[in-house]
Design a protein around this ligand. Structure first.
Ligand SMILES: [Zn+2]
Ligand SMILES: [Zn+2]
Length: 180
């Protein structure tokens, strides 16, 4: 993603471990297009071993978020992306996790799999934009089709638009103005 050196990026998109680079660029493109966030894609980092839960063969999303949030350099928002499965201790899995109104979020491509690669990219973009919506302070929305609706299953996620309802959109514009 080309970022004008004179305009500081809003968000660092950080691949954690090996994953499809196209999924990351498509996610970055949607963060820019749908949210209007200047997004910088970072070089791939190593797997976040500090967050690995061996008993569950998953990574602890909260630990990754905490680590990303403590980074003081770079953009004010950080979004980690990994291929491996993510969870938080009280749930069996999460597609993504975010600090509401905070600094860092993380998403996983693990459960988005489909033989249709385009569908996987679309799902990844939806999850990424949804989690960053939380970073901007948006809570879950009940409006049909709005990207801030909570999706427990992929069928629910697939029904959502890659866009927000008017109320969420209004809120996003307001928050973005506040941080620019
Ligand atoms: Zn959510
Ligand atoms: Zn909404």
């Amino acid at each position: 993603m080309e970022v004008n050196p004179n305009s500081r990026p809003h968000l660092d998109l950080i691949p954690l471990g090996n994953l499809d680079p196209l999924a990351v660029s498509i996610m970055g493109a949607h963060l820019q297009a749908v949210l209007g966030l200047r997004t910088q894609i970072h070089p791939v980092r190593s797997n976040p071993e500090y967050a690995f839960m061996a008993m569950r063969n998953q990574f602890d999303a909260s630990k990754i978020i905490k680590a990303l949030a403590t980074e003081t350099d770079g953009a004010p928002f950080k979004l980690g992306v990994l291929q491996s499965d993510l969870s938080i201790p009280i749930l069996t899995y999460v597609y993504g996790e975010s600090q509401l109104g905070g600094k860092a979020a993380v998403v996983s491509l693990h459960r988005l799999f489909d033989i249709d690669r385009q569908l996987v990219y679309q799902r990844a973009a939806k999850i990424g934009v949804h989690e960053v919506g939380h970073l901007l302070g948006l809570e879950h929305c009940w409006q049909a089709g709005c990207l801030m609706r909570f999706s427990k299953q992929l069928e629910q996620l697939d029904r959502l638009a890659l866009d927000f309802c008017d109320a969420c959109r209004y809120e996003i514009v307001r928050r973005l103005k506040a941080i620019s």
